[in-house]
Design a protein around this ligand. Structure first.
Ligand code: ATP
Length: 298
């Protein structure tokens, strides 16, 4: 696998504490990778480290084979649209495209103009007078037209209406298919991620809890329901991610590569949203690789 992003022991500490710790990641090139996790989990911190906007406190991060933000050639390879979709309030839409053309060696001017026209944005309008969603569309257009190898998007669709969201994600998938673009995007909208991402990273409490190809992750997790039982009594190769109980029944989300043979369980598949929720509701100290249980008494 060619990694477009590789992190080892990556950590970032702000004054009030660690926003990211012990992060080891290999994100494959040519795919769309979704980054999910609760508020404050460290997603923006990770993306800002990848874009070279922040420097690591510990460990290393490499994107497109180089150190983030380390020079003009490296900067040209990586596009970054930050969470607040920054634009210059006093500049017009057309000014932004001119600036994009001047600053980016691989700039695709035809694509930028086509997109702006399709979105119905007035080239003469100042960015400060655009709606939040229109401003996000302008920032995303700049990111795509830059024609980077890796496009990093921090909650790119949060401000877009549902139709605009769908069309934008469609544009992204086309760019991946046509130009071999790699995308890493964070979002709270798991249904959107399900549509576009083939890889997933779940970040909770400053740590990577789960990472891999969506198909493999879904195949390795199962929902078990059956008579009430202490999750600690499960075989050691069945890692309990979440557990909920009624008086008589237990429902678990379990990770295992082996088949589940115990006839007491009714086994069903887990959808992406349930998988993400199971990891998000896991206690922080559970960490990857340990055998935690979230006991929810209904
Ligand atoms: N510039 C900063 N200075 C100090 N602390 C920060 C800074 N940026 C983020 N943090 C803290 O680091 C932690 C992780 O924040 P981060 O913005 O990376 O989370 P996030 O997963 O992107 O959250 P959200 O989903 O709400 O956008 C939080 O506890 C936050 O308060």
């Amino acid at each position: 696998m060619t990694a477009v992003l590789r992190a080892r022991q990556l950590g970032k500490k702000y004054r009030r504490g660690w926003a990211l710790t012990g992060c080891a990641l290999d994100i494959p090139a040519g795919h769309v990778t979704g980054l999910v996790g609760p508020n404050g989990a460290g997603k923006s911190t990770l993306l800002n480290l990848a874009a070279g906007m922040l420097a690591p406190t510990t460990g290393t991060i490499e994107v497109c084979g180089g150190m983030p933000g380390s020079g003009p050639a490296q900067l040209a390879k990586v596009g970054f649209v930050a969470q607040d979709t920054p634009t210059y309030a006093g500049l017009t839409v057309a000014d932004h495209l001119r600036l994009g053309a001047r600053l980016n060696p691989n700039w695709d001017d035809a694509l930028a103009h086509r997109r702006i026209e399709r979105l119905g944005l007035d080239p003469g309008q100042r960015a400060g007078k655009l709606s939040g969603g229109q401003r996000a569309q302008l920032a995303l257009t700049l990111g795509i037209a830059k024609r980077p190898e890796l496009l990093i998007l921090d909650e790119p669709v949060a401000a877009l209406d549902p139709l605009a969201r769908r069309e934008f994600l469609q544009d992204l998938m086309e760019a991946v298919a046509e130009h071999g673009l790699s995308v890493v995007l964070s979002s709270h909208l798991v249904a959107d991620l399900e549509r576009v991402c083939d890889h997933l990273v779940v970040l909770v409490a400053a740590q990577v809890q789960l990472a891999g190809e969506v198909e493999d992750l879904l195949a390795a997790h199962h929902r078990l329901s059956g008579p009430r039982r202490d999750p600690a009594t499960l075989p050691a190769d069945q890692q309990v991610i979440s557990a909920s109980h009624t008086d008589r029944q237990t429902t678990l989300v379990v990770r295992t590569e082996a088949p589940i043979l115990d006839p007491a369980w009714t086994v069903s598949t887990v959808g992406l949203e349930d998988l993400v929720l199971a990891y998000m509701s896991r206690p922080a100290e559970a960490g990857p690789g340990r055998r935690p249980t979230l006991e929810v008494l209904r």
